[in-house]
Design a protein around this ligand. Structure first.
Ligand code: PMV
Length: 306
């Protein structure tokens, strides 16, 4: 049996814009998806025991099958006789990079089962191919975070730019799930269509989003958290303007701010999925988390820059 693991992620700045070549800032989670792969089964059987949003695994089943097929093709594997187990402590919330984490975990487990000596770079490329099934034209930020972990600056290009961001002191965030399973592929396609149809509206927002992410990097590196929070709020406004937020996400952003978060925004593809709030210090983090828990939302208390 081969085993592999892939990290989850929280995009702090630049989702959607990153698909169009603007840099993004992403923090991988310590929580990870684990996969075990065994050859010898007839056909491909996936045993998905990941916990999280109800209905997530069923809704993603077809995209998952397509992603596994493209990974096997990319790895040059002709046989289709594998049992694939998925588990680990990363919950399957939309927006947390669950698909990329599973692709990296499966690619690593498959490589280990078949004794293929793949580098991290190769695993990342394979997971990028797999992400196309879930995200259409992915930027590559999710699979990069899932492969390498840590706090990263990512810019799509040929080649991609990936740099580690250092923080002086780690800080707390709350990730909260709307409970709405989102379709990243539809969200990404929607942005592209609207941008092509309405460049007068979209181009200035993209330009502002680009300026913002450079400022955000500076603020993170200099531990200017009140600035980071303001920039997160502004980033959320841009995401609202490109129509990838929704009432559940806007509600969580307001609830986070009301309870002391320094900033809050949607994270990931939007149209459901998750919100991230900047909550430095255990006390603020607990207050924001409790407010959300009291309303029945699922959430994670995480730390960036550890
Ligand atoms: O919804 P998620 O967790 O798959 O995040 C998608 C992030 C996007 O920027 C919308 C797409 C991408 O490939 O970068």
């Amino acid at each position: 049996m081969g085993t592999g693991k892939g990290f989850g992620k929280v995009i702090l700045f630049g989702e959607h814009f990153v698909v169009h070549g603007i840099p993004g800032i992403v923090s991988a989670t310590d929580l990870a998806t684990v996969s075990n792969v065994m050859k010898g089964h007839s056909g491909i059987a996936v045993k998905d025991e990941r916990k999280g949003t109800e209905g997530y695994s069923e809704k993603k089943k077809l995209q998952q099958q397509e992603s596994i097929e493209s990974m096997l093709d990319m790895m040059g594997i002709k046989e289709r006789s594998f049992e694939i187990y998925l588990g680990g402590d990363l919950p399957v919330f939309s927006g947390i990079g669950a698909s990329a984490a599973s692709s990296v975990a499966i690619a690593r487990a498959m490589a280990s089962e078949l004794k293929l000596n793949f580098s991290d770079e190769k695993i990342n490329q394979i997971a990028y191919e797999a992400e196309k099934a879930y995200a259409g034209t992915p930027s590559g930020i999710d699979n990069t975070a899932a492969t390498y972990g840590g706090l990263l600056w990512f810019k799509k290009g040929e080649p991609n730019t990936v740099e580690r961001i250092k923080v002086k002191k780690p800080f707390e965030i709350v990730l909260c799930n709307t409970g709405v399973v989102a379709d990243t592929k539809a969200a990404v396609e929607g942005v592209r269509e609207r941008k092509n149809k309405n460049p007068q509206k979209y181009n200035p927002i993209f330009q502002k989003a680009e300026k913002l992410v450079y400022e955000a990097r500076k603020a993170i590196e200099s531990s200017d958290l009140s600035r980071v929070g303001k920039l997160m709020d502004e980033n959320h406004m841009f995401l609202q303007e490109i129509e990838v937020s929704c009432k559940e996400l806007d509600y969580l952003v307001k609830l986070a701010k009301k309870n002391g978060a320094m900033g809050a925004k949607l994270t990931g593809g939007g149209l459901g999925g998750c919100m991230v709030a900047l909550t430095p210090g255990k006390q603020v983090q607990d207050r924001v988390a409790n407010a959300m828990e009291n309303e029945g939302f699922q959430l994670l208390k995480l730390k960036v820059g550890v």
